[in-house]
Design a binder for this molecule. Sequence first.
Ligand SMILES: Nc1ncnc2c1ncn2[C@@H]1O[C@H](COP(=O)(O)OP(=O)(O)OP(=O)(O)O)[C@@H](O)[C@H]1O
Length: 321
Amino acid sequence: MPESVTPAIRVAHAHKRYGAHAVVQDVSFALTPGETLVLLGPSGCGKTTLLKMLNRLVEPDAGTIDINGRDVQTQRPEELRRGIGYVIQQVGLLPHYTVAENIAVVPRLLGQAGAAVQERTTALLTRLHLPPERYAGQYPHQLSGGQQQRVGLARALAADPPIVLLDEPFGALDPITRAGIRREFRELEELRRKTVVLVTHDVTEAFELADRILLLNAGQVQQLGTPRELLFRPANNFVRGFFAAERLALQLRTLTLADLQPFLAAPDPAATTLSPATTVQEALENLTRTGSAQARYSFDLAELMAAFGRALQQEEAAWKP
Ligand SMILES: Nc1ncnc2c1ncn2[C@@H]1O[C@H](COP(=O)(O)OP(=O)(O)OP(=O)(O)O)[C@@H](O)[C@H]1O
């Protein structure tokens, strides 16, 4: 991060213990505005505790936390929280409020005008694929789990906070709904501009959403880096082991056509082209798609996989110590 940029979030030497149990041990990181950090690690490693330190739902025993350059200890917790969106797994919608009323809670607390709040609610619902004419007046119990999670996200975004904290936001969903919502989430322009800290223990989710991953074990940072760094340049055996079971799937999601380009034949101008940023996984999905969406590409499945193998060898050779 350039020194002139004030980190959106800076955590320095944070510690937390409950009795004899050291839950967070000497954790430090700094995020540039707009960055998405995923807190990843096994159950009980301290992810939620660390996340809650950022909005003062948990107070650290030692260390400092600055949000936009200001120590959180100098700010009243309620005021701090109004500037930070927060989504939890259980969603926590108010059961007697409609969808629109739930989304409007924080903007109303901030004294925003009714018409502006309504406009924002309508826009957010539309963007999250919940047509407002159908859903604005419904109550939480009338919605599916995935719809409730989208309302939870809309609520966290309603006051347009520059920082959003998400604790297992897709945790309660089945894998298919989860993958779909994750895609929507990634494509949400709204979130691209924001600094996001997201807790998950789902490795695929972490790789899909993170700019950087903070991998924790027993309260200690094992590695902080891009998904590519954690995968190809693990800092220790814990990091290596944590990704071992899903290594191939993660490699397919991490390498892109740009990485494979030296090993693929020159593109056929008559064929459908895929962007260089397309992951190998996405390219595979395109190639194996059947039916009306079938298109002709410059390479076939065998050529793609051969190029993937060679790119992988190159990547691993480049990062050998
Ligand atoms: N208020 C508390 N009092 C005592 N122990 C706590 C408290 N909150 C958390 N812990 C303990 O601290 C450890 C870390 O909890 P935390 O919820 O941060 O983990 P996590 O990584 O988010 O786990 P999971 O993925 O299972 O949600 C756990 O062993 C938990 O039992």
